[in-house]
Design a protein around this ligand. Structure first.
Ligand SMILES: Cc1ncc(COP(=O)(O)O)c(C=O)c1O
Length: 328
C-alpha cells in the first residue's frame, strides 16, 4: 500500500459539499463500497480519523461518525490503541446478494432510493374546508357528541392491561368487531385471525408489499388512482404498472395486455379514487377470473364504500355475493 498521505487519493475518495447527503454519510458510503468491492482488503488498517479528515478537508467529527457506523455494522473492528481495521468476517455484501443468479424473493426486494421518494405528498398538510377537498371528514354536532360519550365510556373501563404492549395484530375485541361489521355491511365472512389492524392505508399497503413478494414482478395500480398507494408501493421497492380506469372502473382487458403476469392489483372497487365510479359487475367477474387463473392477489381498498346517498351497497370483491357468482 502507498504511503499514508495519499490514502484518500489512492481510493479516490471525494466529498461533495453541495450534495444532499451529509458528509459523514458520503465518507461512510465510499469506505463501505471500497470494502465491499475488495479495494480495501480484510485486516487493512484504516488511516486515523484525523488523517482522513485532513485529507478530505472535512471536520474530524464527520469521519468519526462514518467510522462509528462502519464499526456498528461490522465492517471494521478497533484494536485498543492500534487503530481501526477492516473486519476479517465481513457481513455479506448486499451488492453480492443482489447480483446472484439464483436469489430468494426476500433478499431481492430493493427499496426505493431517496430520488424515487422525492415529491411525496405531505399528508400532514391540512386542506381547507372548501367542498370537495380531500382528507377532511365532516362531523356534525350530534356525531361529535356521540363520539365524546363513547370515548368517556371506554376510558371508564381503562385498566392495567392497557398499559402494556398489546397484540401486534390489534386487540382481539376490535378484530372481532371488525369481522361482525364486515359480515353485516360488506357480506365478507372472515375470522379475527384474518384481520390485522394497521395505522392506516399506508401501513397496510407497506405490509402487503412485503407479504406478496413481488420482486421482479409488477403490480397493477389504477390510473388515475390514489397517489399515496402508488407512493407506498414505490417506497417498498415494488414496480407499479398503471392501468387505465374508465366509467366501469379499471380496464381489466388492458391490464392483462400490459402486465399479464401482474403479481397483484391494488383497486378501489366500490368507489374509485378519484373518479368515484364503481367497478361494474362484468369487470369484477373478469378481474376475479384473471386473478384466480394467474394466482394474482387482489388488494381491495374498500374505500368510502359506506358513503352513498341511495341504493344498496355494492358487494365487496371478497364478499359472498360475488364469490357465489363465480364458476367453481
Ligand atoms: C383511495 C383511498 N384509500 C384510503 C384512504 C384513507 O387512507 P388512510 O387510511 O391513510 O386514512 C383514502 C383517503 O382519502 C383514499 O382516498
Amino acid at each position: 500500500m502507498k504511503s499514508r498521505d495519499s490514502w484518500a487519493e489512492l481510493y479516490s475518495f471525494e466529498v461533495d459539499r453541495a450534495a444532499d447527503a451529509p458528509l459523514f454519510h458520503q465518507i461512510y458510503q465510499q469506505l463501505r463500497s471500497a470494502i465491499l468491492s475488495g479495494a480495501l482488503r480484510s485486516a487493512t488498517k484504516l488511516p486515523s480519523t484525523r488523517e482522513l479528515a485532513a485529507q478530505l478537508g472535512v471536520s474530524r467529527s464527520a469521519v468519526v461518525s462514518a467510522f462509528e457506523q462502519l464499526l456498528a455494522e461490522g465492517y471494521t473492528f478497533g484494536k485498543k490503541g492500534a487503530g481501526t481495521y477492516i473486519a476479517p468476517d465481513l457481513p455479506e455484501p448486499f451488492e453480492a446478494i443482489h447480483g446472484r443468479k439464483k436469489r430468494t424473493a426476500s433478499v431481492t426486494k430493493t427499496v426505493a432510493s431517496f430520488q424515487d421518494l422525492r415529491g411525496f405528498v405531505d399528508v400532514t398538510e391540512q386542506s381547507d374546508e372548501r367542498p370537495f377537498n380531500l382528507g377532511r371528514t365532516l362531523v356534525d354536532a350530534r356525531t361529535a357528541e356521540l363520539w365524546r360519550k363513547l370515548s368517556a365510556r371506554t376510558l371508564r373501563s381503562f385498566g392495567r392491561h392497557h398499559l402494556g404492549y398489546g397484540d401486534p395484530h390489534g386487540a382481539l375485541e376490535l378484530r372481532k368487531s371488525v369481522c361482525d361489521y364486515l359480515q353485516a355491511a360488506r357480506g365478507v365472512r372472515c375470522e379475527p385471525e384474518e384481520v390485522v389492524v394497521t395505522a392506516g392505508t399506508q401501513q397496510a399497503v407497506d405490509i402487503i408489499a412485503r407479504v406478496i413478494q413481488s420482486a421482479d414482478k409488477e403490480v397493477w395500480i389504477e390510473d388515475p388512482g390514489y397517489s399515496l398507494t402508488r407512493l407506498a408501493l414505490v417506497a417498498a421497492g415494488v414496480k407499479v404498472c398503471p392501468i387505465p380506469v374508465d366509467h366501469n372502473g379499471i380496464n381489466v382487458t388492458e391490464g392483462i395486455r400490459r402486465a399479464p403476469k401482474g403479481r397483484a392489483v391494488f383497486i378501489t372497487s366500490s368507489h374509485q379514487f378519484p373518479k368515484g365510479v364503481a367497478l361494474s359487475m362484468a369487470r369484477r367477474l373478469e378481474l376475479l377470473a384473471w386473478a384466480r387463473e394467474s394466482g394474482a392477489w387482489i388488494v381491495e381498498d374498500d374505500y368510502a364504500s359506506e358513503f352513498r346517498y341511495g341504493g344498496r351497497p355494492l358487494a365487496s370483491l371478497r364478499g359472498r355475493a360475488i364469490q357465489n357468482a363465480l364458476p367453481p
